[in-house]
Write a protein that binds this ligand. Structure first.
Ligand code: NDP
Length: 240
């Protein structure tokens, strides 16, 4: 039977690559996004993958959005929590709003999306929750107290929930990408980017497709014994 996968932030960057890779692997895919209608429309036109607009930072919108997706595509078997934002600032300049926005999207967003799909996965005895954390949640990063806290929180969430899902056929895993060549990273000034690349042993940024392939594997039946894990994909930049 064809499984359904829902990818948050699935129309751009890493999420776009994940949506396409899951479709290619045979899943019925829905891609959520926050507000960039033009990109989402072009994505749907190009890939045939329907896109759904709501903010993962709002619980009620997630409940409604997931209902809409399930009405069109069937129950969500695979949830990829990929949506994420940065609001960088050194801590002494970080505003409470910058803190809240990042926590609301990158950490509470993961709760808001996982909580509504969890009961159905438990009932059906199968589920995959895959959350895109970050190298900076593992090692911390200057000017990213908000982002590093949220991404580290995603790893704790994953480890805790994995224990609850294990007997119900639900695996819960996190992926920690290093620096991937998406808009988020290409927005970093070139000299800073080159400095970052010099710290990556493989000598290059990662590709979104390299993260997408990790997601396809963790979604599969073959990965049924892997739960509560953190898959590090960072070109050797930080070894855990
Ligand atoms: P992009 O900025 O390229 O894309 C972000 C996506 O998330 C967009 O589709 C955006 O929608 C969506 N989004 C943002 N906020 C919300 C929200 N509140 N509700 C729903 N969707 C939202 O990001 P990347 O592809 O670079 O990053 C994807 C994930 O990978 C993030 O979680 C990021 O933290 C993580 N990551 C990225 C790394 C990198 O090097 N790029 C490294 C490590 C981790 P819209 O288009 O409408 O704005």
């Amino acid at each position: 039977m064809r499984r359904t996968a829902l990818v948050t932030g699935g129309t751009r960057g890493i999420g776009r690559a994940i949506s396409i890779a899951l479709k290619t692997a045979g899943y019925s895919v829905g891609a959520n996004y926050a507000g960039n209608d033009e990109v989402a429309a072009a994505f749907t036109e190009e890939t045939g993958i329907p896109s759904f607009k709501w903010s993962v930072a709002d619980y009620d919108s997630c409940v409604e959005g997931i209902k809409e997706v399930e009405g069109k595509l069937g129950p969500v078997d695979v949830l990829v929590n990929n949506a994420g934002i940065t609001r960088d600032a050194p801590f002494h300049k970080m505003s409470p709003e910058q803190w809240r926005e990042v926590i609301d999207t990158n950490l509470s967003g993961v709760f808001n999306m996982t909580h509504p799909v969890w009961p159905g996965m438990r009932e059906r005895g199968f589920g995959r929750i895959i959350t895109i954390s970050s190298i900076n949640g593992q090692k911390g990063q200057f000017a990213q107290a908000n982002y590093s806290a949220a991404k580290a929180g995603d790893i704790g969430f994953t480890k805790a929930l994995a224990q609850e899902g294990a007997r119900k056929g639900i695996t819960v895993n996190a992926i920690c990408p290093g620096y991937i060549a998406t808009e988020m990273v290409m927005a970093v000034p070139e000299d800073v980017r080159n400095q970052i690349i010099s710290t990556i042993p493989v000598g290059r940024l990662g590709e979104a497709q390299e993260i997408a392939r990790c997601v396809v594997f963790l979604s599969s039946d073959d990965a049924g014994f892997i739960t509560g894990s953190t898959l590090t994909a960072n070109g050797g930049q930080y070894l855990v």
